[in-house]
Design a protein around this ligand. Structure first.
Ligand SMILES: NC(=O)c1ccc[n+]([C@@H]2O[C@H](COP(=O)([O-])OP(=O)(O)OC[C@H]3O[C@@H](n4cnc5c(N)ncnc54)[C@H](OP(=O)(O)O)[C@@H]3O)[C@@H](O)[C@H]2O)c1
Length: 275
């Protein structure tokens, strides 16, 4: 018997339980039942397409257990299944840049993004960067210069670091080839990236960075995988911070994977239209 966790992610079938009507389904803009049966890869990619927004778009992607845990023993790997691997890879292939907190880089031993050759060709043809850079957000610049995020990557990362980080640490990290940018506030992440032409932003967490982004009103969208498992324990939720910062959401789609996971996409109602 095939271990369900190790199933080929390309073999996972996704069914739309609620999704915008495809052009052939009916009038644009409405929600309609998708055709019965699994979604094609093209339709799946279309459901996750970035909006044709003129400015930067901050998409946050997370996986949680049904009881809201974002990690098992400090890492998210214990939650992921083949459907999540597929969506995780798809979201990376659609993004110009991947923003991630230094806590996650350290916990998950991040390296550079790997994008399949066919997707790289498609990206270049569309005038996008061939491979999305990793942009690490750190207050202290307390990251080991030998960390794989600096070395196991095809493109040098960006390091978005607060102004009061120790200068000697920042100089050491600049020596790895990373591009260092001073970050006045997390609300400045999207404008800083947009200045570099990187408008399709994918934030991969973690909870502290996401909590700060949420509090700053800097999140446009959430893609959330709900893994078919209960974890218990004391793992954090996907956004944490000193105070509650409610942000009403609009559901954009709900998909079921045949590995048991649910795949949801939500936009934050903060006056920015999805065009
Ligand atoms: N399930 C999922 O999808 C998922 C996704 C991501 C992460 N995770 C889990 O989440 C955990 C890690 O998350 P985390 O919340 O500890 O860390 P995090 O959100 O990834 O990173 C937080 C970091 O942001 C930096 N920071 C804080 N305030 C800042 C400011 N004002 N300006 C610039 N940078 C600032 C700090 O970096 P410095 O410490 O370097 O100063 C801080 O450590 C791990 O267990 C990981 O497995 C799960």
């Amino acid at each position: 018997m095939i271990d369900p966790v190790h199933r080929d992610s390309n073999a996972i079938q996704f069914t739309a339980l609620d999704a915008p009507a495809a052009e052939q389904d009916g009038p644009a803009g409405g929600h309609a039942p998708s055709p019965v049966g699994p979604l094609s890869s093209g339709r799946l990619a279309a459901l996750y397409a970035y909006p044709e927004s003129r400015g930067p778009w901050m998409r946050v992607n997370f996986i949680t257990s049904v009881d809201g845990a974002v990690a098992v023993d400090g890492r998210s790997g214990g939650l992921g299944g083949p459907g999540d691997r597929r969506v995780f890879g798809l979201l990376r292939s659609l993004a110009d840049v991947i923003v991630v907190g230094a806590g996650t880089v350290r916990a998950e031993n991040y390296g550079g993004a790997r994008i399949p050759a066919e997707d790289r060709r498609r990206r270049v043809a569309a005038g996008r960067p061939e491979i999305p850079r990793i942009a690490v957000v750190s207050a202290s610049a307390r990251i080991d210069p030998s960390h794989r995020v600096f070395h196991d990557t095809a493109v040098a990362p960006l390091l978005l670091v607060s102004a009061d980080a120790e200068a000697a640490r920042v100089r050491t990290l600049a020596g790895t080839g990373a591009e260092i940018v001073t970050l006045p506030d997390v609300a400045d992440i999207a404008p800083i990236l947009a200045d570099r032409g990187l408008t399709r932003i994918l934030c991969e967490g973690g909870p502290n960075l996401t909590g700060r982004l949420l509090a700053a009103g800097a999140v446009d969208e959430l893609c959330l995988t709900v893994a078919p498992v209960l974890i218990g324990g004391n793992a954090p939720r996907m956004a944490v911070g000193p105070a509650s910062t409610p942000a009403p959401l609009t559901r954009r789609h709900l998909l079921a994977g045949d590995d048991g996971a649910l795949f949801t996409r939500w936009t934050v109602a903060q006056g920015r239209d999805e065009r």
